[in-house]
Design a protein around this ligand. Sequence first.
Ligand code: ARG
Length: 429
Amino acid sequence: MKLWDKGFEPDKIIEKFTVGNDRELDMRLALYDVEGSMAHITMLESIGLLTQEELQTLLSALEEIKETIRNGSFSIEEGVEDVHSQVEFMLTAKLGDLGKKIHSGRSRNDQVLLDLKLFMRDELKKIAQVTGSLCHSLLDLAERHKDVLMPGYTHLQIAMPSSFGLWFGAYAESFSDDLELLWSAYRIANRNPLGSAAGYGSSFPLDREMTTRLLHFESMHYNVVAAQMSRGKTERAAAMAVAAIASTLSHLAMDVCMWMCQNFGFVSFPDELTTGSSIMPHKKNPDVFEIMRGKCNRLQSLPNEIALLTANLPLGYNRDLQLLKDITFPATSEIISCLEMAEFMLGHIRVNTRILDDPKYDYLFTVEDVNRLALEGMPFRDAYKEIGMQVQKGEYKPDQHIRHTHAGSIGNLCNDRIAARINEILSRF
Ligand code: ARG
């Protein structure tokens, strides 16, 4: 059963190949599809293409379909191509010819695009919320452990004193940059493509301002060709923001894996949050953070995958675009589950408060001592040489008392300013 039935059925193997995973993936678009149709027919009535009575009949039938989606009884039947066809067939089965009227001034090309915009808008908002929540947990941890020192590394060599306050807070602030990208992706998703129809508009006098308002879009994609071009671009912008978050999170996961290693022993987790080995009875492995690192690293390939999938496509709709759903839909769920898992695990992190008791970390303080001598009046180069010679001769004894006061340093983390920045970005969504 096809919307475009002209008296012949396509070969089954053609249908299987072209429909692909759409029946399953489109389930995530179902609610948006119905909401889009409701806005569209409300507009059709306003321009005289439906009577008030027809509109009310259609709206209540769509409301019933919405209910089946909410209660889980909605499905896309075997032989039906996609969610758009399914909804229209259900309406036609119930209302006869009236059901067929909803497609006036519309094509599945702008219908799927609209669904994707609404879907992406919601997904990006969810991602912003879970990222924000993780940031606040990180800032709480930073405050709680602000006096616990740890080694800072450059070239993976012991370098200068750092602290758990700096470490946790660094990730919160780094995520705030990713949130800016997420906000840009949200704004790109938040534009109404409805009315672009197959990609070149319609000869019906569609009121696109009205559907923009009804669906709470920030604005419309004005040019109908540009609207169609936004398929792929919308997903790519979202993917870039997801990839940025994934990159920050995989970095965090790597730190945790390394610092759980016995050679570091900086952090640990309760036994029940670790995993074991089938052969080595002593093992408590950081599998959660390894899986998180792997998933987040893979997510970073998403913008590239989209770029390749859409490279050099001719202007206008091309069926290749359908495949964007296969790669973007799992990605939004994946990043959300990784972020939620990170927040859950960090809620149980144990911090080693005595790391610097180990004399191998004594050299962390050489710069502190050089700076102390410089503050006392010795030229920096001489102070550097003085401490350098002490190290060289094995006579260096650190003064572990550190005095960092400038903004963003160990003694002045500016966590309240970081929190304010995060809240300001979140408030835009
Ligand atoms: N499943 C299709 C997609 O996601 C829906 C649009 C179909 N349009 C068409 N002209 N065949 O792109």
